[in-house]
Design a binder for this molecule. Sequence first.
Ligand SMILES: *Cc1c(COP(=O)(O)O)cnc(C)c1O
Length: 362
Amino acid sequence: MIPYGRQEIDDEDVAAVVAALRSDWLTQGPTIEAFESDLALMTGAEHAVAYCNATAALHGACHAAELGPGDLLITSSLSFAASANCGRYVGADVGFVDIDPKTLNLDPAAVPEGVEALVPVHFAGLPVDLTQLVHRPRVIIEDAAHAIGATTPDGPVGNCAHSDMTVFSFHPVKTITTGEGGAVTTNNAHLAERLRRFRHHGIRAVPDRGGWYYEIDEIGMNYRLTDMQAALGRTQLAKLGGFISRRHELAQRYDLLLAGLPVTTAPAAGAGFTHGHHLYPIRVQHRDEVFSYLRQNGIGTQVHYVPIHHQPAYASSASSHLVNTNEAYEQILSLPLFPTLTEAEQDKVVDTLADALAKSAP
Ligand SMILES: *Cc1c(COP(=O)(O)O)cnc(C)c1O
């Protein structure tokens, strides 16, 4: 089976993890801070705070922004559940705006007044244009789980030019990996401090009352990354540029190979933006048949995503306006895209898709 996504780990990555294992620190050590500095440098944000995964990082971001009961958090329903769950963790209400069918991103102009927080998801790695917001919520937390390495006219995603915080994921299917892992970037020192404290039980050291003494004003979690993971994150991050350019090559090759087939190819980035190409999502008629045929023939396609508002846990969220989201869900398929995908494998994906489309046509 050719999977839809896969990590690329080389000898340098392995050596970095082994060195961390043999060091004095397996967690809470200097490699964490070094990884955070690397992330801040790459994105251009002032602060980066590493977390054990992006789900925890989104929770930390909602806590840091002091979201809670009575607040409405809005996100895209065509996303992984974590984009919405973070609001529920802190007791906020969660709602959805519809996507723009051309970008598959939430439509910034559709974000209504009266929203406390927005979690724009850069779907497949294509950045949401946050300059197009008509109503700016108090808090904006970018879900950039797909979008490390993507850029906007303001620079790299994660620089928080138009947001309070940006969250990244380092799960193995994402563009760089730490096994499990995540991070939040921000230009706000107060938010960075709240993010660090929440990651570590809410603990605040009070040295004038003794070297051992600490206070907990607000309950936190243990959401720490390990030093082995941070070591892997550093060597992976150093290869980000290469990963992204290989993803671009493969995406462009898909665009060409698919040109003659009855499919809508993946949305391209607009002027001034570059794509992160985490996913290559196409749209087809008879998606269910095409999906089954691909899976039966060794192609690990996936549907990103079952809309969050279809989940029973979100049955109480208003959803009748999510017309474009529902329509996209009926047609969407992600084709395999990862740096070690070979051209021969890509040809096999396209040939199998062509067969599937021919067989599923009425
Ligand atoms: C993967 C993903 C997450 C969660 O990331 P984890 O690191 O696995 O917790 C959140 N949002 C989106 C859009 C994702 O794709």
